[in-house]
Design a binder for this molecule. Structure first.
Ligand code: HEC
Length: 269
């Protein structure tokens, strides 16, 4: 290179455009490298957290059946192994070791805590992006879910098909579920059960519509005129038990049926 030659004198439209292209290329490489060095790059943390949560739920349910835990342990371990492969999380590795204990009454609770820590650390968006539409939730349920879970969502299928385990009663469901947990379950499906994953088949809005509808439908119509309204963001991460600590019991129906749109700020997670 001629050290004395001013750069501008060698510039032409052609070399300028070449330079611009090289600069773009370098930029792309730099970004790729940056994302390679970031520890969490490309990890679907929502999936990892949902898998850990499901492992805990499945453990709790199979522990209640005679010999259920021993027969489900390999499937639960497989689920956690995939979550570990995806995330490299030491907490997930610890859960896999814990799973090998004969019986561990704290296992479901520890899974819940690990899932909550992941949600917190990865700052997962846990609120619906738009306001869930209960009027749309009912037809989504009739089309996508009723065949297995029954018209009334009570777990009595419309088809006479042996499913083991059988479809769950979604109306008289567990107190401790948050709508977000059900959203994740609908998105990713069951653990080697007939419960499909709807991540591709239903839009995000459809999944939130049906989940919010299921959480409202289990209550009688709202009987109070004075009930406060909560935002969809807050409702998404509140189980019915959580709500019973926030509003009078007979107002839970009201806050599940009438709510404000999700808050745009991250504190609405
Ligand atoms: C092909 C049958 C089938 C369809 C369709 C189906 N499910 Fe399921 N679902 C099941 C079975 C079987 C289970 C129980 C096994 C399990 O928990 O994975 C289940 C479990 C669930 C659970 C977990 C409940 C619990 O207490 O553990 C939720 C939530 C759920 N389904 C929601 C839905 C929703 C919402 C739809 C429609 C968008 C739907 N399912 C469509 C078969 C189905």
């Amino acid at each position: 290179m001629h050290s004395g030659a001013p750069r501008s004198s060698r510039s032409s439209p052609a070399t300028d455009s070449l330079r611009a292209r090289i600069a773009t290329l370098l930029l792309i490489c730099a970004c790729k490298n940056a994302s390679h060095t970031a520890p969490d790059a490309g990890v679907d943390w929502a999936h990892v957290a949902a898998s850990v949560y499901l492992a805990g739920e499945d453990y709790r349910e199979s522990r209640e059946l005679d010999g259920g835990l021993d027969s489900r342990r390999p499937a639960i371990d497989h689920l956690l192994a995939l979550a570990y492969d995806e995330s490299g999380s030491a907490d997930v590795a610890a859960l896999r070791r814990r799973l090998q204990k004969p019986v561990d009454y704290d296992f479901p609770q520890v899974c819940k805590q690990v899932a909550a820590n992941i949600e917190e650390r990865a700052k997962l968006p846990m609120a619906p992006p738009g306001k869930p539409d209960l009027d749309r939730g009912a037809p989504v349920f009739a089309t996508a879910c009723a065949t297995c879970h029954g018209k009334a969502a009570d777990g009595v299928p419309e088809i006479a098909s042996p499913m083991d385990p059988p479809p769950s009663d979604l109306i008289h469901a567990e107190q401790s579920w948050r709508p977000y947990d059900m959203f994740a379950r609908v998105t990713y499906g069951g653990l080697e059960t007939a419960m499909p994953s709807f991540g591709d088949a239903l839009s995000v809005q459809d999944r939130w519509d049906v989940v919010f509808w299921l959480f409202a439908e289990r209550w009688p119509p709202c009987a109070r005129k004075d009930a406060a309204m909560l935002s969809a963001s807050e409702l998404a991460v509140s189980s019915d038990f959580d709500l019973s600590n926030k509003v009078p019991y007979d107002a839970i129906a009201c806050v599940r049926w009438n709510f404000t749109p999700p808050s745009p700020s991250p504190d609405g997670r």
